[in-house]
Design a protein around this ligand. Structure first.
Ligand code: ASP
Length: 375
């Protein structure tokens, strides 16, 4: 039986065993305490690398009512021990153990989830008996979590974040191979020191650059600067290395972060009004990421409200709602004059992550701008 069939059948039985859970709505259940580690199928007690899979939910743990349901299903239903049991091939790559950290759809992630997950990843990375870490995650906010981990976990051990676009119960489900590829990367010596990866659709992308760009196809994750490499039949093929600071070179460290400040995003569009900016400032936002049009452009009627917000102490970050390219400092707006910051090529949601970490350290706007160039 093929790997995909094995995985799918296992998930179908897992879904059935969950007593009709596929027909229930995927509620944003809250974090569960890490479950006991579930060891994988028998393997020779040799020098195989040890990879820990931290499961957080998402479609890779989803279940639909029928094999035709590739888009209509419940996310975050199948527990990690069932996911791993459905893939005995993993045992040929590494000694794999699993922990259920959360069981949620990733659109329901909060800052609290980010902190708890990164703290657990950091603990595991310090363990001498752990060689690599995989995080299974919903695809919606996967890129944000991967970037957060790459900025805050100090390790040279490979960390791979992975999801799937189809639940394991669907025809041509993509989770099985994505997970095999994630474990392959996390178990590899040649991935050491290269930071945090996203392994979807046979590609290895760096956490910083990758984004979910398509919401209904398996080739959903793209980096505008290209993938680092590919995984084919259990082997990594590298073509690039990340040049931005991450993991061991980062000035942020999850071991000393206990809370994140409120940073929000305002989206620009024709006829936009200052209502959202004013409400966020009144609501205590420490920074606002302005997802501007074009090169981070700001409508004439929005300039004064953003200047006023800055005068009250709120940091203003100019990003763009355009997915590709990058925002130039002092081009569309006089950032030096207004004491605004530009997000470079980071999408607004990733600019939010970096801004939260910078402000948690008490960074000035000058330091924050440097961070946008360096991370
Ligand atoms: N909404 C789901 C999630 O992010 C989608 C997915 O996993 O693909 O959890």
């Amino acid at each position: 039986m093929s790997l995909t069939s094995t995985f799918r059948l296992s998930l179908i039985s897992a879904a059935l065993a969950l007593a009709g859970c596929a027909s229930q709505a995927a509620g944003p259940s809250t974090a569960a305490a890490p479950a006991a580690t579930a060891p994988m199928a028998a393997m020779p007690a040799s020098a195989k690398p040890h990879v820990v899979v931290l499961a957080t939910g998402g479609t890779i743990a989803g279940a639909g009512a029928s094999a035709m349901n590739s888009a209509t299903y419940s996310a975050a239903k199948v527990p990690v021990d069932k996911l791993l049991a459905g893939l005995p091939e993993l045992g040929n790559i590494a000694k794999v153990s699993g922990e259920q950290v959360f069981q949620i759809a990733s659109e329901s992630f909060t800052n609290d989830h980010l902190l708890k997950l990164a703290q657990r990843v950091s603990q595991l990375a310090k363990q001498a008996d752990v060689d690599g870490i995989v995080i299974t995650h919903g695809t919606d906010t996967l890129a944000e979590t991967a970037y957060f981990l790459s900025l805050t976990v100090h390790t040279d051990k490979p960390i791979a974040v992975v999801g799937s676009m189809r639940p394991g119960t669907a025809l041509s489900a993509d989770g099985a191979l994505n997970l095999v590829n994630a474990v392959t990367v996390a178990a590899s010596k040649d991935a050491k020191g290269k930071g945090v990866f996203v392994t979807m659709n046979d590609e290895i992308n760096t956490a910083r650059d990758v984004n979910k760009d398509i919401n209904i196809q398996t080739a959903a994750f793209q980096s505008q600067w290209g993938p680092l490499g590919m995984v084919v039949e259990g082997k990594n093929y590298w073509f690039r290395a990340p040049v931005k600071r991450h993991t061991n070179q980062s000035e942020f460290n999850i071991d000393s972060i206990t809370a994140l400040p409120q940073v929000d995003i305002v989206y620009a569009y024709g006829n936009v009004q200052p209502t959202a900016v004013n409400a966020l400032v009144a609501g205590g936002a420490k920074a606002i990421v302005h997802a501007g049009t074009g090169n981070g452009s700001v409508a004439d009627r929005m300039v004064k409200p953003l200047q006023d917000a800055r005068a009250k102490g709120t940091v203003i970050v100019r990003a763009s709602r355009v997915p590709y390219g990058f925002v130039l400092r002092n081009a569309e707006q006089p950032d030096d004059k207004y004491d605004w910051v530009v997000a470079h090529d980071l999408r607004p949601e990733k600019a939010r992550i970096l801004t939260m970490l910078a402000l948690a350290k008490g960074a000035s706007t000058q330091e924050l701008q440097r961070m946008f160039w360096e991370y």
